[in-house]
Design a protein around this ligand. Structure first.
Ligand code: ADP
Length: 500
């Protein structure tokens, strides 16, 4: 059986009420126990004092008056206490009660209607125990009594003087206290339960409102936000955090949509070219050289298509954190040298020289193939945008625990407003500025975003140092101690950085 309510409001109220009830119960019980103890102690003291006062008075009267009965009456008249009765027993075991308003009565019954002979066994047992206190409780059919006694010898008689106090008043007082407790506690608990529920309801109402609003926010309505609260309490903070999360989700969804749109756009161009060329080639009889030209165009377009698909595949795997990264010790200067050698031919075609002399020996850890790809992309861009007769410079430098590879060209530079976007996917500044011929990279605006992902997944970075009329300078940094490039960043972090 489920005891706890399902809602937080209900649970809060339940626990609050339960704890409060237990506390009240513990508090009430201990107050009652203390009160009972104190009341008992005080009334015992009072009884002992009263008995001492009466016996002293009786001793004084007996010394003065010969008639002992009269001395008893006198003492009873002078010393009397509301609910205390006195009696005494002589050495023959004969009981005499002392009513406060008259003389002694010899029939063994006192005004309290207690059969005094019932005290005999109590007095006998206490005497055996030789107790100092000489106090006991008598449970009589007429009620409960507290008994105090005192052995005295008065006027040659050996007496046991007894004081009897009904416990009725004390019991009534305690009973009243219990009654008040039994009435007050449930009322207090009910009020506290209600107040607690209202309090929890009030405190949690913004969350209820938030969940109502959050329920209607769908992928199609990600621009919606939760209502902001004026107070900056925990719930206000939560609202801000959820709104931030929604903002990031919205941006990521928008990015995904843009990515899909851009990707299909990029794929459409080569596919259209292939279709158009094949349609024309098949439409009528073509000479062999015409067919060859058409096939060259198809080859170029399909090559571009496969590079775009390859790049998209790599980015998709990188986003999912599933792109495998080799992790081996490598000579960075050799990887740079290989990339430079690979690009010297295409550069020479446009009368561009690559200056990469004196590369210092540098060992790093990483994936040589991916780092090579990054460098090829930088060199390809540099050559693509450099004027004929110019030089692309490649330099390596060790700084602050990292190796830097700087690639500088004398191209037209990147416009200032485009510079923050060149690392974004599918971003191209101006297609007309490049020569547009086949290069190692796709030319679909994916090269730099893939290069950035490669750099960051190695714990390094790729940045545009400067770009202007005198050319552009890119810098790739890789830490020398990046022993675990894959572990340096989680898949999600890599994906988010590559998602830019
Ligand atoms: P692509 O693969 O189309 O070259 P990239 O991501 O490599 O795309 O580059 C993005 C854009 O940045 C390019 O379209 C180009 O305009 C600009 N860019 C990159 N490198 C250079 C450079 N060295 N000089 C001038 N512009 C550059």
């Amino acid at each position: 059986m489920r005891l706890q309510p399902r809602s937080v409001r209900g649970r809060l109220t339940f626990w609050y009420t339960l704890v409060l009830s237990l506390m009240l119960l513990a508090f009430g019980t201990s107050v009652f126990a203390v009160m009972k103890r104190v009341l008992n102690g005080r009334s015992d003291l009072f009884l002992l004092d009263a008995l001492a006062a009466f016996s002293n008075e009786l001793a004084a009267e007996a010394a003065e008056i010969r008639d002992f009965d009269r001395a008893v009456t006198m003492a009873a008249r002078d010393v009397h206490f509301g609910d205390i009765d006195f009696a005494f027993r002589d050495s023959n075991g004969q009981w005499t009660s002392v009513p406060s308003d008259g003389g002694p009565v010899h029939d063994g019954m006192v005004t309290t209607s207690v059969d005094l002979t019932r005290l005999d066994p109590i007095l006998a047992s206490e005497a055996e125990q030789s107790s100092d206190e000489l106090l006991a409780t008598l449970v009589d059919p007429t009620g409960e009594f507290r008994v105090a006694w005192l052995p005295r010898t008065l006027a040659g008689r050996e007496l046991t003087i007894v004081g009897l106090q009904s416990r009725l008043f004390l019991q009534q007082t305690l009973r009243t206290a219990i009654l008040i407790f039994l009435i007050a506690v449930p009322i207090a608990v009910i009020v506290a339960c209600f107040a607690g529920y209202m309090l929890a309801r009030g405190a949690l109402s913004p969350i209820v409102e938030m969940s109502r609003r959050a329920r209607i926010i769908t992928a199609a309505r990600l621009d919606d936000r939760l209502p902001l609260r004026a107070t900056r309490d925990e719930i206000g903070e939560l609202t801000v955090i959820i709104n931030d999360l929604l903002g990031r989700l919205e941006a990521s969804f928008a990015q995904q949509r843009r990515f899909v749109a851009d990707a299909s756009h990029e794929l459409r161009t080569p596919v259209s070219i292939i279709r158009a060329e094949t349609d024309i080639a098949l439409a009528r009889h073509r000479t062999e050289s015409e067919l060859r030209d058409a096939l060259l165009v198809v080859d170029d377009a399909s090559g571009r298509l496969s590079r775009i698909v390859e790049d998209l595949f790599l980015l998709a795997r990188a986003d999912a954190g599933r792109q495998p990264l080799r992790h081996e010790e490598l000579y960075l200067n050799e990887v740079v040298g290989d990339a430079v050698r690979g690009m010297r031919g295409p550069a020479a075609l446009h009368d561009i020289r690559i200056d990469a002399d004196a590369l210092p020996e540098a060992t790093v850890h990483g994936d040589p193939e991916l780092i090579g790809r990054l460098l090829l992309n930088l060199l390809d861009n540099a050559i693509k945008y450099s004027p004929a007769g110019s030089t692309v410079t490649v330099r390596m430098k060790h700084r602050a625990g990292a190796w830097e590879v700087v690639v500088a060209d004398n191209g037209p530079g990147i416009p200032a407003d485009a510079q923050p976007h060149i690392f974004d996917r599918f971003y191209r500044v101006d297609i007309a500025r490049s020569r547009g011929e086949r290069g190692r990279t796709s030319g679909a605006g994916l090269g730099l975003s893939i290069a950035t992902w490669i750099a960051e997944s190695h714990g390094g970075s790729l940045e545009l140092v400067r770009s202007g009329a005198e050319g552009s300078v890119f810098r790739f940094t890789i830490p020398t101690d990046a022993r675990d490039p894959v572990g340096a960043q989680s898949g999600d972090e890599r994906a988010s950085s590559a998602l830019r």
